[in-house]
Design a protein around this ligand. Structure first.
Ligand SMILES: Cc1cc2nc3c(=O)[nH]c(=O)nc-3n(C[C@H](O)[C@H](O)[C@H](O)COP(=O)(O)OP(=O)(O)OC[C@H]3O[C@@H](n4cnc5c(N)ncnc54)[C@H](O)[C@@H]3O)c2cc1C
Length: 378
């Protein structure tokens, strides 16, 4: 993964870019900004010291000895000295500075916000979006929950979106003696997927005798006992992490749902030197479209193709270019031996997903994309 081949190069006096966040949007941005002989100073404000490969977590939880494969230390992504990493959270954004929760003030010429989203703290789904700062501890946290899943008397998964389906499928497939209940608020799985993908996922889930899909139902963690479960993953209601913006220069930029609205060029509306991307942002190009935020993959692509070139154009005082919406869709593993995917109307043949993503949940591919190296074997 590097800067886009046609990306403009910044050749002016030293400028400082602050990137807030520690996931795919922030890391793809910081990495591309310091690529090659870039003279741009980059400060990364992230409470983590690693990139967590979120699409590896369901697999890491059922194969805890592979958990280290989803944790990519920043030290492997950034050659030493290329970025200044402040291992903190941003607490406030002013017109000229980011203030961290330790009170440090970080000046910026351009600012990028990529603080992502989280599940509620009350269920085990919180682990899908890490808070744990140190990579080694993140591995232990996944192993610990993995052990609980292995010996659980029942796992309740509320929400049959992508994360819910992957969690239910991986657990039921790996642990045939653990009953898994997947609560789906719709009458069918995957009402937003192409028909053949929805049918394929439904069929694969039905092959797992210990998995029960409970349709047309809404549930809460309090229902765990009723369903005979001692573990609950509430995989609904992802919330953008933008609370820290409410008391600062971007207080008006956050909508009622907590998203930062952006222009097609990915700047925050009315703030030409501040960009936002990923799960915390609502790109203006989708305002009249039946889809909302970008996927992780789209986020990385948009960082390379649009956001970073636009940051450089902005530093050079040149006009910015609009983002390409990219294709809607994704590639999902139901479990190690079954998966489905689509891009807009194109359905990816299941055998391709099975051979590409299912064996390792794209952890090796992601490691290679970000570091050029392979992940640890176990
Ligand atoms: C189980 C699962 C499977 C998925 N599978 C896929 C898939 O197959 N394909 C795909 O494209 N997408 C997938 N996704 C979605 C994808 O992971 C997200 O779209 C992507 O992680 C979003 O990246 P982000 O950088 O916007 O945010 P995040 O990954 O949420 O990262 C945000 C970061 O910001 C940090 N942060 C928060 N607050 C602050 C603050 N105040 N200051 C500094 N830092 C802060 C957080 O610590 C975090 O590291 C999956 C997600 C999950 C949970």
């Amino acid at each position: 993964m590097g800067a886009c081949a046609s990306a403009p190069v910044y050749e002016g006096p030293h400028k400082q870019v602050v990137v807030i966040g520690g996931g795919f949007g922030a890391i793809a941005t910081a990495k591309a900004l310091v690529a090659g002989k870039s003279q741009i100073g980059v400060t990364l404000v992230s409470p983590l010291d690693y990139l967590d490969i979120s699409w590896g977590t369901p697999r890491g939880l059922v194969e805890p000895n592979t958990a280290a494969r989803q944790v990519v230390p920043y030290s492997k992504i950034f050659p030493s000295g290329k970025i200044a990493h402040k291992q903190n959270k941003a607490a406030k954004v002013t017109a000229t500075h980011v203030v961290t929760d330790s009170g440090e003030e970080l000046p910026y010429d351009q600012l990028v916000i990529a603080t992502g989203s989280v599940y509620g703290p009350d269920s085990e789904a919180a682990i899908l979006k890490p808070e744990t700062g140190v990579g080694a501890n993140r591995v232990e946290e996944i192993k610990a929950l993995g052990s609980k899943i292995a010996t659980s008397k029942g796992v309740l998964i509320i929400g049959a979106g992508l994360s819910g389906i992957e969690m239910a499928g991986e657990i039921a497939f790996t642990y045939p003696n653990v009953p898994v209940k997947l609560v789906c608020s719709d009458e069918a799985i995957g009402v937003k997927f192409p028909k053949s993908v929805a049918e394929g996922v439904t069929k694969e889930l039905a092959k797992l005798p210990n998995l029960q899909v409970i349709y047309s139902t809404k549930a809460s963690k309090a229902d765990s006992e009723k369903y005979g479960c001692d573990l609950c993953f509430l995989t609904t209601g992802l919330k953008p992490v933008t609370g820290f913006l409410k008391d600062g220069v971007l207080s008006d930029a956050v909508d009622d749902f907590g998203y930062v609205g952006t222009t097609p060029e990915l700047t925050v509306r009315d703030h030409p030197n501040i960009f936002a991307i990923g799960d915390c942002a609502y790109p203006g190009i989708f305002l009249n479209a039946p889809r909302g935020t970008m996927s992780g993959y789209q986020t990385v692509e948009a960082c390379k193709a649009t956001l970073v070139p636009n940051v450089i154009r902005a530093l050079a005082g040149k006009p910015l270019k609009g983002v390409n919406a990219g294709k809607a869709g994704g590639v999902m593993t139901v479990h190690k031996k079954a998966g489905f995917g689509y891009m807009d109307k194109f359905v990816i043949p299941a055998f391709i997903v099975r051979s590409m993503k299912c064996p390792d949940a794209f952890r090796e591919k992601t490691w290679k994309d970000f570091t050029g190296a392979k992940p640890p074997t176990a």
